[in-house]
Design a protein around this ligand. Structure first.
Ligand code: NAD
Length: 335
């Protein structure tokens, strides 16, 4: 079986982690033809947009993309390329696993949870405007369809992955219409999955519980903004942004990317940790049905990290991005 996958290196440190992930995927022997495309601020001068039509068309055709992070200017400038892609391809489910790896020093052990974040609605859609000069308004728009499909996705994911529990995260005590609807729908859908334990938590209490007893949680399903924040918190619990991959799954395709940003402070220094990008590529292979190759990558990453000889700086080592990727490849080849 051969596949064509859109490859978007991104900017900042993005090209470094994507090159590492690509090399690791190639070491598994899965036959992938990469269609390299561009996105980001540097494209504006060339195409008048940070997200060129050729990139959109490539994803539309291939339905699968591996993407590096793209810088988004804060406050002003163009809208996020990521938010635009999620809208265009209706990538409604953002799946963000957070797992502890033996060898990474963290405050907790045995965390293995997954944040399933709604990816298209909520305050994150950025529907906002100034009200005169001294006030600004942002609209939190949540639909029944949006809630139903993300909550159903979370339960189906739990069943498919052999997970035991789904927790709905909300602030329905205050936002009774929007988050209230999300919670009502979660309670309804939970009844269809009696084999999966269900509970819910207010987002602020959830954050406290996560930093005290993260091992109590399994799958968290969240509206967009809480999912964004809670998943970074979970990344922190397991050792930082360098370790956490993600999948954006939707109607028009699937885009796999590390959850970290373009890390401009270390760009070009070959010290960025490529684990998140490599594990995103592993999730991509699982999505393509190449579960053996996906597992081989995860196993190799786990072994390299637990051996502790070839770690990047954020994990307490001195290895470069490329040395880490080469160590993962050596482990894949050894099996
Ligand atoms: P960031 O994730 O880029 O960096 C935060 C800190 O973590 C930095 O000190 C960075 O060096 C470090 N870091 C991040 N990933 C790392 C890794 N893999 N290994 C080692 N250290 C790592 O967050 P930021 O600085 O807030 O954002 C930079 C830019 O990236 C912004 O323009 C932001 O909008 C954008 N961004 C893009 C995406 C995306 O494209 N998916 C996601 C988040 C942020």
């Amino acid at each position: 079986m051969s596949y064509t996958v859109t490859l978007i290196p991104g900017d900042g440190s993005g090209p470094e982690v994507i090159a590492a992930a690509k090399k690791v995927v190639e070491a598994t022997g899965v036959d992938i033809k990469w269609e390299q495309q561009e996105a980001g601020a540097a494209m504006i001068e060339k195409y008048g947009t940070p997200l060129p039509d050729s990139t959109i068309e490539s994803i539309r055709k291939n339905k699968v993309a591996l993407k590096g992070p793209v810088t988004t200017p804060v406050g002003t400038g163009f809208r996020s390329v990521n938010v635009a892609m999620r809208k265009i391809f209706d990538l409604y489910a953002n799946v963000r696993p957070a797992k502890t790896y033996p060898g990474v020093i963290t405050k907790f052990e045995h965390i293995n949870l997954v944040v399933v974040r709604e990816n298209t609605e909520d305050l994150y859609a950025g529907i906002e405007h100034m009200v005169g000069e001294d006030a600004a308004e942002s609209i939190k728009l949540i639909t029944r369809k949006g809630c139903e499909r993300i909550i159903r996705y979370a339960f189906e994911f739990a069943v498919r992955e052999g997970r035991k529990k789904v927790t709905a995260v909300h602030k329905a005590n205050i936002m009774k219409c929007t988050d209230g609807m999300f919670l009502d729908i979660a309670r309804q859908i939970a009844k269809e999955y009696p084999q999966i334990e269900f509970n819910d938590s207010i987002v602020d209490a959830m954050c406290m519980r996560l930093v005290m007893h993260p091992e109590d949680y399994d799958v968290l399903v969240c509206p967009n903004l809480y999912g964004d924040i809670v998943s970074d918190l979970c990344a922190g619990l397991v050792g930082g942004l360098g370790l956490t991959p993600s999948a954006n799954i939707g109607v028009g395709g699937a885009i796999f990317e590390p959850i970290h940003g373009s890390a401009p402070d270390i760009a070009g220094q070959h010290k960025i940790n490529p684990t998140a990008a490599i594990l995103s590529a592993s999730m991509m292979l699982a999505h393509l049905g190449e579960s053996q190759a996906a597992t081989a990558i995860e196993k190799a990453v786990t072994e390299v990290i637990s051996e502790g000889n070839t770690l990047t700086q954020d994990m307490g080592g001195t290895a470069s991005t490329e040395e880490f990727a080469d160590a993962v490849i050596a482990h894949i080849s050894a099996h």
